[in-house]
Design a protein around this ligand. Structure first.
Ligand SMILES: Nc1ncnc2c1ncn2[C@@H]1O[C@H](COP(=O)(O)OP(=O)(O)O)[C@@H](O)[C@H]1O
Ligand SMILES: [Mg+2]
Length: 148
């Protein structure tokens, strides 16, 4: 679905359409990939991440939001996956202390909500997913996926 330097744009009309788009992205992921998810509160970042976790073969019954723990670690079918939410991070030192860089290399795949909280931590090669709600339709989202 996604090769080098690609920029894709989708419209999603429901949570289930967003899940289908996330699954397609998941099929092209490999260890070492970092996915940064941008979008306001309620945009659908966690919906998108959970769909990726499932598509990567994470079978845990509960996929709790990492907003409190900041990092949740899972075992996928072929590799471990880290789901992070940096919303509550206070400063750059805090993120350094969490050792998040370890998750930016194989064997990990890393999913990051609110990456802008510590943008300097992101390496150059990141897959950016931007989810934008519509001003009128509460179920409509524009989803842009970009690999630089
Ligand atoms: N097209 C859509 N794609 C994703 N979520 C949607 C869509 N339409 C409605 N929703 C709803 O929006 C909410 C997104 O929540 P969540 O994924 O937790 O947001 P975020 O993690 O970005 O704060 C969910 O309640 C979901 O059911
Ligand atoms: Mg979330």
């Amino acid at each position: 679905m996604l090769t080098a330097s690609e920029h894709l744009k989708f419209s999603s009309h429901s949570e289930s359409e967003t899940i289908t788009i996330a699954r397609k992205l998941a099929n092209s992921l490999k260890p070492g990939d970092v996915i940064a998810l941008y979008g306001e509160l309620g945009a659908g970042k966690s919906v998108f991440c959970r769909a990726i976790l499932r598509a990567l073969g994470v079978t845990d019954q509960a996929l709790p939001s990492p907003s409190f723990a900041i990092i949740q670690e899972y075992q996928g079918e072929h590799c471990p996956v880290a789901h992070m939410d940096w919303y509550r991070l206070n400063d750059a030192d805090e993120i350094e202390m969490l050792g998040v860089r370890d998750f930016f290399q194989p064997p990990w795949i890393a999913l990051i909500e609110w990456p802008e909280r510590a943008a300097h931590m992101l390496q150059h090669h990141v897959i950016r997913v931007r989810i934008s709600p519509d001003a009128k339709d509460p179920d409509l989202r524009s989803i842009e996926i970009e690999r630089d």
